[in-house]
Design a protein around this ligand. Sequence first.
Ligand SMILES: *Cc1c(COP(=O)(O)O)cnc(C)c1O
Length: 419
Amino acid sequence: MKYQAAGVGESSASDCASLDGEDPLALYRERFFLPSGLKYCDGMSLGALPKEVPRSISKVIEQEWGEGLIRSWNSAGWIDAPRRLGGKLAPLLGADADEVVVADSTSVNLFKLLVAAIRLRPERHVIVVESSNFPTDIYVAEGVAELHPRMELRLVEEGELGAALDDDVAVALLTHVDYKTAKMHDLSSVTREVHRCGALVVWDLSHSTGAVPIDLHAADADMAAGCGYKYLNGGPGAPAFMFVAREHLLRAEQPITAWIGHDQPFEFSTEYVPARSVNRLLSGTPPIVSMAALEAALDLWRDVDLETVRAKSIGLSQLFLQVVESRLGDAAPRLLSPRDPNERGSHLAFGHPNGYEIVQALIDRGMIGDFREPEVMRFGFAPLYMRFTDVLQAAEMLVDVVASRAWDQPKYRERSTVT
Ligand SMILES: *Cc1c(COP(=O)(O)O)cnc(C)c1O
């Protein structure tokens, strides 16, 4: 495997340049707009802009909307977009094309899937969620529980999933790669563990899709959802995706029954009959302009080998970690991510009491990471467009800001709405 040298021994600019020179993914960087000089380590929150996206969006707007008008629902394939994009995503998920659709947001999709899962286990009355999960997942599960009179939410701490699983559990909502620490579950063994108690599992793949190889079939996963705007680069608020395994698909009844999920939407019948396909997960009219952005971004992945992506992701994160820890020594921020790269996704989390200020000072210098309460700094490594050289320089900037205490200024303490 390529990239092996990364993160081992001394990491010099010339080592990084030669890694970049041999990088089989190097050409993908050319296909993104990246502001010159910026070290962008936040692809796990908002992926960079693929160059094809503006062209694709203007075609949709000027030709398909402007000229084609309503005819484009048929002639430009608008109506098929949720399935077509699902089909393009399926290989990244280890799913079949007819088990995946693109629609709505991750939050809404989790709501739909959780209700569908509960309805497949009507005799059970517990939803299991990890307390470390992304808050929206917990809030959605709460909302679902409130709609069902006997439903109970069981929040589990890390490492306590096994103890929380019993034959009252209908569904476990779990996140494959933790949004804060990047700690990664083993998809197969955890799914097996949930299945042993007879429950279903809904996987949130927001921080893993496009960053780590996923095989939903091999894991025997029941359902999954995830974001289009993180490592998939679909743009701010891009539509999200849903997966339902074939064995459940035609029994899966999601609660937002609306006309696009109907078996025959253009019969305008007064009776709801869910589509006899993954279309039953859909609700209303797809947002075509946003879909066009995501589709152009998904097309980038057509020939990408995910094992290569993974190897590069590990190489990049190991390099960053090694530079930060070796140069700062005892002053290094505390690693909150698993030290073993095989146990984490594609970002690193560090704890520091002045994490917020450090991240602001870095942004000021052209290195973008992000901050999560209470003291977590996150730096992500998107293998399609990041170079070893960039990661080395980004790590050096963090080293410098921490070592020089450049963060210790009143202007870096001011909080914006989005962190
Ligand atoms: C990013 C993320 C979301 C985002 O949900 P939206 O509905 O797109 O706001 C949800 N869950 C997890 C685990 C995430 O990482």
